[in-house]
Design a protein around this ligand. Sequence first.
Ligand SMILES: Cc1cc2nc3c(=O)[nH]c(=O)nc-3n(C[C@H](O)[C@H](O)[C@H](O)COP(=O)(O)OP(=O)(O)OC[C@H]3O[C@@H](n4cnc5c(N)ncnc54)[C@H](O)[C@@H]3O)c2cc1C
Length: 430
Amino acid sequence: MKRIVVVGGGAGGLELVTRLGHALGKGKNKTEIVLVDRSRTHIWKPLLHEVATGSIDINNDGVNYRAHAAKHHYQFQLGNVTKVNPHAKTITLDSLSDDKGHSILPERDLSYDTLIMAVGSISNDFGTPGVADHCYFLDSHKQAERFQQALLNHFLRVHQEGPDAKLKIAIVGGGATGVELSAELFHVAELMKAYGMPEMSGKRIHVELVEASGRILSALPERIANSAAKELTRLGVKISENTRVVRADSNGFQTADDKLIEADLMIWAAGVKAPDFIKDIEGFETNRNNQIVVRGTLQTEAFDDVYVIGDCCACVQPDGSFVPPRAQSAHQMASLVYDNIKGSLKGKPLKEYIYKDYGSLVNLSNYSTVGNLMGNLMGGSMFIEGRIARFVYISLYRLHLIAIHGWFKATIVMAAQKIGKVVKPKLKLH
Ligand SMILES: Cc1cc2nc3c(=O)[nH]c(=O)nc-3n(C[C@H](O)[C@H](O)[C@H](O)COP(=O)(O)OP(=O)(O)OC[C@H]3O[C@@H](n4cnc5c(N)ncnc54)[C@H](O)[C@@H]3O)c2cc1C
């Protein structure tokens, strides 16, 4: 039996493996469809800053891969892929141990006929000294949960120390992650009032958002950045633009002009790269962000049987730039690779990927949502904010739920999440 292996069940990989499972994973001539992920649970990555603040609980909103696989005609293998050998057509999964270091599974190889690399991206600290040791990152739900625990502990401390105590948080990177996290922090500080800390509020936190370039949200139109900056400033966020961080230590961030940005909690959200193991794969061409260079069909330069989608894919656009690492790119690439795998089985010519930018939205927690929508009907880009922007932002997550569960179950999941918000605490408090 032929085997298709998808490595990485994120925004792109899980949508793809679900569609492949339904189309090819059942019936008389079925293909074996396998998803490999290092985590047991999927959470849509654009929600990670909400996991980090406790607004979302992975136990309620995460999707268990094994249960999902059983319903959608694919197999799930838990494992961290450390090597790919495209010549031998194998991937290597690292040995697996429990929390106490007891071995569960040894290192093992898995062969494939077709491979899809969908391992996403990790934060890029550009080798800045001290960052790896002193900062939190939002690359996975485990890291986001670690930050959430630290945040809760600091709220406890500040509450105990009395009304003059403040929690200092510094975030490096004024992209969507840093901006959305800044706003979310004020929201949770206000919510803590209802959970035994009546004197807690946004006034008890000091958030500094540090950006090396001239403005926050530098990849988005200036009007969106201005609107977001206005709202963040209103909340009390200190925005430090043109500020380059050169070192991190236990006191905070040291800047290029020799200033110390003091912080109790430090988050690094400045730029992404594909995981480091990728650059060591013999036969794959990679760019300086470790992303795998692909042809228009999303196959690697040298191997027809390896496709790459999402943040780890270096797909050049007609203007010479790479397709941006976004959930919408991962979703579109998953759709194209699905068509190409099905087409190739029928001997049809493969399609070429063209990135369609439908716009960008930045959600400033409950306070505001700003962004732009792109489309021929609008004759280019249209600025939106407020309720309409919030509705479109939420719709993107809903579309992902529909892609991985189907209409019926996605509707039930959404209803359950709404009910959960009424009957459960508004925050994860443990
Ligand atoms: C806080 C935050 C907010 C964001 N907001 C937005 C937004 O509003 N709009 C937008 O378009 N984009 C947003 N993004 C970016 C978006 O999340 C990514 O572009 C998107 O998730 C990429 O999808 P992907 O499938 O390539 O990778 P991911 O969704 O990151 O999935 C990668 C998967 O691969 C697995 N994996 C990684 N390495 C290995 C390995 N070695 N072995 C096995 N499994 C592995 C991971 O566990 C994960 O499940 C945001 C990102 C963050 C962090």
